[in-house]
Design a protein around this ligand. Structure first.
Ligand SMILES: NC(=O)c1ccc[n+]([C@@H]2O[C@H](COP(=O)([O-])OP(=O)(O)OC[C@H]3O[C@@H](n4cnc5c(N)ncnc54)[C@H](OP(=O)(O)O)[C@@H]3O)[C@@H](O)[C@H]2O)c1
Length: 331
């Protein structure tokens, strides 16, 4: 018998409008950057994705290069669609991206029309989809004219391969240029996906004001700083099953510095006074920004997804909370 999603799945999470678009995203979304690669157990992946959808997480974020090996997260997600989620396709917002190296030669990377269209066709094949909901240019390309990259995004929407387009890792100024070009072409840029957490705040002065002016939604990725803003590393040890111990990602032992731990512990004590986990406080903190449509988390187990969804229902931080956090971050 096929899997039945929870009947009450739309009771747990608020949905927030993505910029000035008609698309609403769950306050928490799930990304498949880690834990969904070729070496990861499909049963665990399935539990995580089922838990997420059962709790109202409709948005699943991928990219052509997620794995390892590159492409394997999309292939695995295709399997999970076959196993459980395909009957729910119209309830899902599936995104993918292209911009990093995928195949050898001059057409397997960056931002040419040649690369973007071919890459998305490969992504659709791996996931067994006719279209994705959001397609992103994953990183700015210093040598392809922005007009060509944006024309490729416009073409991708007009050819039915994606419903919406966005950009990722673009600065405020690059976002302004891309948005203007897409507007001229008649395909709005609805979303900018950028790294944002208590520990990584470059978007605050540079990008968020541009997004507010342009009516573009922000997707905050790595809001838990890949686990540094959770209880994972607080006791100073590196759990064997943690991302930092895994050695395949970008979070390394050397990133878990005494300085980071000192601040994380102070934040954790503050969270506990509020009867929250540190992860929940960190999520509430990014969601305090009106421009942020969703906090895009990763998870290595279902319990982490459950904890994040609980955070989305917790009270908003007030001015005194934000000021207290500011002091801890700058101490
Ligand atoms: N556009 C881009 O360039 C870009 C770049 C990076 C990421 N992203 C997107 O953003 C998504 C999320 O990134 P991320 O995985 O770095 O996000 P994150 O939410 O900051 O980190 C997720 C990791 O934190 C740990 N964690 C999560 N919840 C926890 C909890 N409640 N308690 C303890 N530990 C917890 C887990 O690590 P353990 O494995 O240690 O349990 C989990 O894998 C990606 O999947 C991807 O879709 C986009």
């Amino acid at each position: 018998m096929s899997w039945q999603a929870a009947g009450d799945r739309y009771g747990a999470l608020p949905y927030r409008r993505c910029g000035r678009s008609g698309l609403r995203l769950p306050a928490v979304s799930l990304g498949l950057w880690h834990n969904f690669g070729g070496g990861d157990e499909l049963t665990r992946q399935r539990e995580i994705v089922r838990t997420a959808f059962d709790l109202g997480i409709t948005h699943f974020d991928l990219a052509n290069n997620y794995g390892p090996p590159p492409g394997s997260a999309e292939s695995n997600f295709g399997r999970l669609l076959d196993l459980d989620l395909r009957p729910y396709r119209d309830e899902l917002v599936i995104s993918t991206k292209a911009g990093y190296t995928m195949w050898p030669g001059p057409y397997g990377d960056w931002g040419s029309r040649k690369y973007l269209v071919a890459s998305l066709d490969q992504s659709l094949k791996r996931m067994g989809l006719d279209y994705v909901d959001i397609f992103y240019h994953h990183r700015p390309d210093p040598s392809t004219p922005i007009e060509e990259t944006m024309a490729a995004l416009d073409h991708i929407v007009r050819s039915g391969r994606a419903l919406y387009v966005g950009i990722s890792n673009y600065s405020g100024e690059q976002t302004r240029l891309a948005a203007a070009e897409l507007r001229r072409l008649g395909t709005p840029c609805i979303v900018n996906q950028s790294r944002y957490s208590m520990f990584v705040r470059q978007v605050e002065p540079d990008l968020l004001p541009v997004l507010a002016q342009e009516g573009i939604g922000a997707i905050a990725f790595s809001p838990l700083a890949q686990g540094l803003l959770t209880d994972r590393y607080l006791d100073g040890r590196l759990p064997a099953d943690s991302r930092a111990a895994g050695g395949v990602g970008f979070l390394r032992r050397e990133h878990i510095t005494d300085e980071r731990l000192r601040v994380a512990r102070a934040l954790n004590a503050f969270a506990q006074e509020r009867e929250q986990s540190l992860a929940q406080l960190a999520l509430r903190w990014v969601l305090r920004q009106p421009a942020v449509a969703t906090a895009l988390i990763g998870a290595s187990r279902p319990a982490q997804v459950i904890e994040a969804v609980q955070a989305a229902r917790m009270p908003e931080l007030d001015t005194a909370d934000v000021e207290a956090i500011e002091e801890m971050l700058s101490a």
